[in-house]
Design a protein around this ligand. Structure first.
Ligand code: AMP
Ligand code: ZN
Length: 470
């Protein structure tokens, strides 16, 4: 097993050892995007935290069932579809496709289920029926509201308590201000020109909070292990989910609530409404490497704010380059014939430290720190007596484990992709040198230099790395 695994639980406000309800199986629900536009890198920071979470659970031997919803009906998607003059489905399809492209670009592992809210209207209606039967709802006009005074535990997640003077006041909007606990809408009566469903509750559409309660319980069961989102989801969204789910079932809804801090720009939350955002596409257009973006976004532990800067992106680029250079050196260096200079204990200790870092509430900064320390030891060994075959085998296994979770290694460091051609040229130069064709050998060196490739003739043969960009 991979050691201890503990998470900070927003509900209990402390670190807790993870124990799933069903042995060996971790069930988690991750609030997904509202598909009315491209996601920004703040959203992606949260989705990458969830990617690290699912991969860490797998490292610890759990089977993972992850559900991420796609909010394809709300005020924003409806407004967007109307403005574009297309159906809600057609409009949201575009952004769902773009969302999956972005996930692939950032190497985010796919969840097991991506339910679309509009495919679960019957489950949402059934959930409202259960809440009605237990006395948690009331009608006003043709809309249905949740009466939060009927759920005494309201506020247990966020600490936001219903104010006496607000009791009975209600909101129709899905998002509202902090500290302002009010009855919230479950079912919105149809408005002219808006999409609506004909149901036994009348013609209308579901509230956003209801969507997540209905879809999570349909796909994961009435009680499950982990629910995540960013900190802005704690109130009202997740507080309302608890009121809906526990109000309907009378059972605990979720064991562990994990929330990512925001990605910020110059001290402010990155948000569409503030206009201070970058999409992944914006950064790619400026020539940034997706792997470097991934590295930056996972490098800060999820419970700390991540201040996005281009300097930070640049530093992440250098870190990725250092990793690539060491891996390539390693791949191109034959095993040591003597004792070698990397003691087997170094790799074993690294593996423990790496797992302990991730097991400690996903401390990715510490995990990357120990990785870089290991790679420095690898470089030092390669400069000296090399690395023996058995240590090399252990090292490869440890590195595969690292990349199974962090996934920040450049592709093709063992000679695929664009590197294959460089590898061929390096081999050709070596052959030219052996046959004393120095003119050809120098021409190849120059050609590679022009492409930022630096050659090093070592006792173990020629290795190459990319020149660090300044
Ligand atoms: P939305 O599409 O607005 O529902 O957001 C999708 C997810 O991204 C939610 O879990 C949000 O809490 C999260 N999110 C929104 N803004 C940020 C941000 N600046 N940093 C990190 N996560 C965010
Ligand atoms: Zn949600």
């Amino acid at each position: 097993m991979a050691g201890k695994l503990q998470f900070y639980n927003t509900l209990s406000r402390k670190l807790e050892v993870f124990e799933p309800l069903e042995e060996g199986h971790a069930r988690m629900y991750t609030c997904g995007p509202t598909v009315y536009d491209f996601v920004h890198i703040g959203n992606l920071r949260t989705f990458l935290f969830e990617d690290i979470l699912r991969r860490t659970l797998k490292l610890h031997g759990y089977r993972v069932t992850q559900v991420m919803n796609l909010t394809d009906v709300d005020d924003k998607t409806i407004r967007g579809a109307l403005a574009a003059g297309v159906s809600l489905r057609e409009y949201t399809d575009r952004y769902i496709e773009a969302f999956f492209e972005d996930l692939d670009t950032l190497r985010v592992e796919r969840a097991e289920h991506y339910p679309r809210a509009t495919d679960y209207i019957p489950q949402m209606v059934a959930l409202i029926r259960r809440l009605e039967a237990r006395g948690h709802t009331y009608r006003s006009g043709d809309s249905i509201y949740y009466r939060i005074s009927t759920f005494p535990e309201y506020g247990k997640l966020s600490g936001v308590r219903p104010e006496a003077n607000l009791a009975g006041a209600r909101v129709d909007s899905d998002e509202y201000e902090k500290e302002d606990a009010r009855d919230f809408v479950l079912w919105k009566a149809a408005k002219p020109g808006e999409p609506a469903w004909d149901t036994e509750l009348g013609r209308g559409r579901p509230g956003w909070h209801l969507e997540c309660s209905a879809m999570s319980m349909e796909l994961l069961g009435e009680s499950f292990d982990i629910h995540t989102g960013a900190v802005d989801n704690i109130f009202p969204h997740h507080e309302n989910e608890i009121a809906q789910s526990e109000g309907a079932t009378g059972k605990p809804f979720v064991r562990y609530w994990l929330h990512a801090e925001h990605l910020i720009v110059e001290g402010e939350k990155m948000a569409k409404s503030r206009g201070n955002f970058f999409t992944l596409r914006d950064l790619l257009e400026r020539g940034h490497d997706p792997l470097v973006i991934r590295y930056l976004l996972v490098s800060v532990p999820y419970r700390q704010k991540l201040n996005f800067t281009f300097d930070g992106l640049h530093a992440a680029g250098q870190a990725v380059e250092r990793i690539g250079n060491t891996l390539r050196r390693l791949a191109n260096t034959p095993a040591a014939t003597g004792d070698g200079d990397l003691p087997p204990d170094t790799v074993g200790a690294f593996r423990e430290d790496f797992r302990a870092a991730l097991g400690d509430d996903l401390n990715t900064a510490r995990a990357l720190g120990v990785l870089h320390t290991l790679l420095r030891a690898v470089n030092t060994a390669l400069d000296g007596g090399g690395i023996t075959e058995p240590v090399r085998t252990e090292l490869d296994a440890a590195l595969a484990e690292v990349n199974g979770v962090l996934d920040v290694f450049p592709a093709g460091e063992s000679g695929e992709d664009g590197n294959a051609e460089i590898g061929r040229l390096v081999a050709e130069r070596e052959a030219a040198r052996k046959s004393r064709d120095f003119a050809r050998a120098d021409a190849i060196r120059d050609e590679l230099a022009a492409r930022g490739i630096v050659l090093e003739d070592t006792p173990h043969g020629t290795v190459w790395h990319r020149r660090a960009r300044s």
